[in-house]
Design a protein around this ligand. Structure first.
Ligand code: NAD
Length: 358
């Protein structure tokens, strides 16, 4: 199986190295071979080729089954990368890559590990129940990609943004949501604003149609405002949540925040095939880069998602997730999640411990 690897900038190379260590442990245990192709994107690509993402890198990504990525970018005030025009900055590479690969579904699992409950920002009677939800956000349509303009209307400055979805765009993300739910607890919450928006009413209709093909999955519809409240009131009720671009942008940050541990959160962006790009939810953390103290767990769990969603290796993905759970239960912590009575380890030690438990 072929995996493109973009280690990126800052802590990217450190955490992705650990993710590869864990993937190799899974490969050894289950009798697979992963062939890695290392590629440059972001600041390191600017330094090497004068642009954040070359066409050759895009073509090389497409030749692989999936892309495992670290994070890109540097210190936005001091790094010379941020003196370049915006289309040549590190983040421009990421947007171009997502677009070139047709990645329309963004998956962000938000899990509260019992061992890290103290970091959860919710009241204890809520956090004690734990949660394991996955927010699936439509990534290429909706309000962020609709027609927009700012103009004077009768002498008054007026700005317009448009929220457009066609039934095909809704259907393909709904299908992804149900497929992912089949690999989890078989519940989908479709989030919209159908009491106000036409685009939401079409969204609800199409999602309901798609649900007929997945009789084992329970579907519920919820309004975005009430969902925002439910995430902080009773997050344990959610499994897969599917929603349009802007609602997903907001809800996924809210859900990430309540876990309290950014270094723990993986993400995946998928296209219509099984191809996907897997990366931690956090950034390149230039403040701690090169010190071997970053938390590699988000990158390692991104590797587990790659196994599950692009390579269909569910047992292997389970083994990686169980190994992460086990090191936490045994009391090993990187600096960012350290608490009293636990044993602090470096980034590379954490990777080795997880690989050993796989
Ligand atoms: P950040 O997520 O890099 O860092 C925020 C804080 O969280 C920092 O204190 C950092 O040390 C800490 N942190 C993040 N990941 C960690 C980990 N794995 N282990 C331990 N601590 C961790 O956000 P930022 O500082 O706002 O951005 C830094 C750079 O990253 C910027 O150039 C930004 O554009 C870029 N960025 C890239 C991506 C991406 O590649 N997808 C996403 C977000 C930000």
């Amino acid at each position: 199986m072929k995996i493109a690897v973009i280690k990126g900038d800052g802590i990217g190379p450190e955490i992705v190295t650990e993710a590869m260590k864990v993937l190799d442990a899974a490969a050894a245990k289950y009798g697979h071979t992963f062939h890695y192709t290392q590629l440059l994107m972001g600041g390191c690509s600017i330094d090497a080729y004068g642009e954040p993402l070359t066409d050759e890198t895009i073509a090389a990504c497409k030749e692989n089954d999936a892309v495992l990525m670290g994070s890109i970018g540097g210190n936005t005030t001091t790094s010379p990368w941020y003196k370049l025009p915006s289309h040549l900055r590190p983040e421009a590479g990421l947007l171009k890559l997502r677009k070139s690969l047709g990645l329309f579904a963004n998956l962000r699992p938000c899990v509260l590990y019992p061992e890290l409950r103290a970091a959860c920002t919710l009241r204890e009677d809520i956090s004690v129940k734990g949660f394991d939800m996955l927010i699936m956000r439509e990534l290429t349509g909706g309000l962020y990609f609709g027609e927009r303009r700012t103009e004077a209307v009768d002498g008054v400055m007026t700005a317009v943004d448009t929220l457009t979805y066609n039934e095909n765009e809704i259907r393909r993300i709904a299908v992804k949501a149900f497929e992912v739910a089949m690999k989890r607890r078989k519940k989908v919450t479709s989030v919209d604003k159908a009491n106000v928006l036409d685009s939401s009413r079409l969204w609800r209709k199409v999602v309901t149609e798609v649900a007929e093909d997945y009789p084992e999955v329970t579907l519920e519809h919820a309004l975005v405002d009430s969902t925002a409240m439910q995430i902080v009131k009773e997050p344990s009720q959610f499994d897969v949540m599917v929603t349009e671009n802007m609602f997903g942008d907001i809800l996924s940050d809210e859900a990430a925040m309540v876990t309290g541990s950014l270094g723990m959160l993986p993400s995946a962006s998928l296209n219509e095939t099984k191809f996907g790009l897997y990366e931690p939810s956090g950034g390149s953390a230039p403040d701690i880069a090169g010190k071997n103290i970053a938390n590699p767990i988000a990158a390692i769990l991104s590797g587990a998602m790659l196994l599950r969603y692009s390579l269909d290796l569910n047992e292997e993905a389970d083994a990686v997730e169980r190994a992460v759970q086990q090191v936490l239960t045994e009391g090993f912590r990187t600096a960012d999640i350290m608490s009293e009575g636990c044993h602090q380890v470096s980034c590379s030690e954490m990777g080795t411990l997880i690989a050993q438990r796989v």
